[in-house]
Ligand binder design. Sequence first.
Ligand code: ADP
Ligand code: MG
Length: 236
Amino acid sequence: MSGVTEPIIHVENLHRIYHLGGEDIHAVNAVTLDVFPGQMTAIVGRSGSGKTTLLNLIAGLDDPTEGEVWVDGAHLGEMDQEARLALRRERIGFVFQTFGLLPLLTAEENVGVPLRMRGLPRPERQQRIAEALAWVGLSERARHRPYELSGGEQQRVALARALATHPKLILADEPTGQLDSQTGRRILDLLRRFVDEQHITVVIVSHDPQVMEEADVVHELRDGRLLETRLKELAG
Ligand code: ADP
Ligand code: MG
């Protein structure tokens, strides 16, 4: 029978314990969850609840103390650093609270960085950059450097940079954390359009209430443990 959707992320009994000055911090504690394609999934919880640690484990940027992660069919625990890097470059876009733009590069140069790393030829890079900047409404700001842009515009450049790689999955860590609520709303609307119109799966870790309202699925963490999972109620 067809129609059964496979998760794009599967996390199985994941633990991450940090050892710090003789103390053990159980930052992620026995977390099991699935993320399904074509959805906006939020992982929420207050500061220190383990959100960033969990996201880094999903991205293969950190190794779990125990447990397994699969991303788009790839079993991270069986992959070396190079294979994980390739997975991130080819299939995952990243968005951070602090935008992560290179300060000396213009908006279009920033969007082009991951395309250069992939070795795409210049005409294709230029086309993708133009498309992505248009998509986030920043064609007019292509030659601006980050300090010549507002916070919301900088985050839109970061979204364009992720979009230009044509990822299957975007991982966003507190993407609205440094923005006022109206600007944050605009960023969430764009992320929603990534899901609905570009068919990108979006995972956001955040403690912003707007993110909880917007997401299709909300996983709540407390002290590293998954407390509950809520599905958005369908309107109508
Ligand atoms: P969140 O993103 O939800 O704010 P984090 O995942 O950053 O939470 O942190 C979870 C817990 O792990 C916190 O208690 C934090 O202090 C601790 N922690 C995070 N990173 C490290 C690290 N590199 N070394 C030691 N402890 C850490
Ligand atoms: Mg964090």
